[in-house]
Design a protein around this ligand. Sequence first.
Ligand SMILES: *Cc1c(COP(=O)(O)O)cnc(C)c1O
Length: 427
Amino acid sequence: MSKSDILFKRAQESIPGGVNSPVRAFKSVGGNPIFMKKAKGAYMYDADGKQYIDYINSWGPMILGHAYGPVVEAIREKVYDSTSFGAPTELEIEMAELIKSMVPNVDLIRMVNSGTEACMSAVRLARGYTGRNKIIKFEGCYHGHADAFLVKAGSGVATFNIQNVPGVPATVSRDTLTAPYNDLQAVETLIAQNPGEIAAIIIEPVAGNMGCIPPAEGFLKGLRELCTKEGIVFIFYEVMTGFRLAAGGAQERLDIDADLVTYGKVIGAGMPVGAFGGKREIMEHIAPLGNVYQAGTLSGNPIAMIAGVTLLTELKNNPSIYTELEEKTAYLHTGLQSILSQGNTPFKINRVGSMISVHFSSEEVTDFGAAGRANNALFNQYFHYMLDNGIYLPPSAFETWFICNALTNADIDRTIEVTGSFLAGRN
Ligand SMILES: *Cc1c(COP(=O)(O)O)cnc(C)c1O
């Protein structure tokens, strides 16, 4: 028995399912989860000391690799000044100013502790601001686990094929309307059926919770125009795309303006951080300026802030990081495309910047329906073959891979080579 197997057995005695977040349990890919001990750069090391090339990077935050020197040093220095005050600090202003200097359309920004909290708060704000109750989200998009979002959600909800989440009241779910991703017509229909009732449209500008799915040409622009016309708050879920697809996130890369944006992952460099922000006129409705209540004991926590400020500063000062990430992921894309083309297993690779995923599908994967029709049993075999060979992919076909800049071309070559031998074993 491996140390991970022993730890998993022990974990299940005191933690539900042995994990603190469901996708970690490997339930959809089968087998036991691997317990990690440490990580540096592009590599993770498990409890037995086995090395893995990391393609999840803590689901995105470790964009420059694990234990990134300047972040480690900044945390180490800051921790002696206390880990929390419950009173404001200058560092929080620095963080807000830094974000504003990198990202379009953010006049005011509030720090929270997770992506879930950011989205929950942004939707409450949109409802409070518009005086409307309904929201539109897209099938297969995941915006954290707040009640309103657990309707046709992606990520773990899709992985475990959970249709209706017990504990979420129908009275809450009925205010969450859903449309297929990339289907502008469906959104127009929903708006027409619910005149003057839609508070917000929330979307992953590049979807990452049903594998990676890019927005179709004109889709986001069409949504932007509908929101402007109907007085609907347009919320970009930039938890995955923020500071990753560009310094200014998907708003910058895809040249679409959002009214509110939510952040997580990269913004905290691996510490528990989220944020929501946007146009002053809307953000002014948040307490203590307005009456839309939102609060947090540990929000703007100094250790989390110094980690985020340090990482974001590196990203802001070194635009070449984004070119390198683009080149590396394109190199992986080309290599996988070429090796997989040598077999007769149908596949589709979707990629935007340093988000990429492989669906074993013969049709284009443009929405959740198509992602679900892919051969995900085959993905699970692929996952385990890669894992055995020291390559850690997301343990579900419904998750994007996240590339970090510590990854070398040799690591990528190895990934392509092992993919080739997986395929050879099947033919
Ligand atoms: C991004 C992401 C979330 C949302 O952010 P939280 O900070 O976790 O609320 C949740 N689950 C997974 C797997 C994610 O990748």
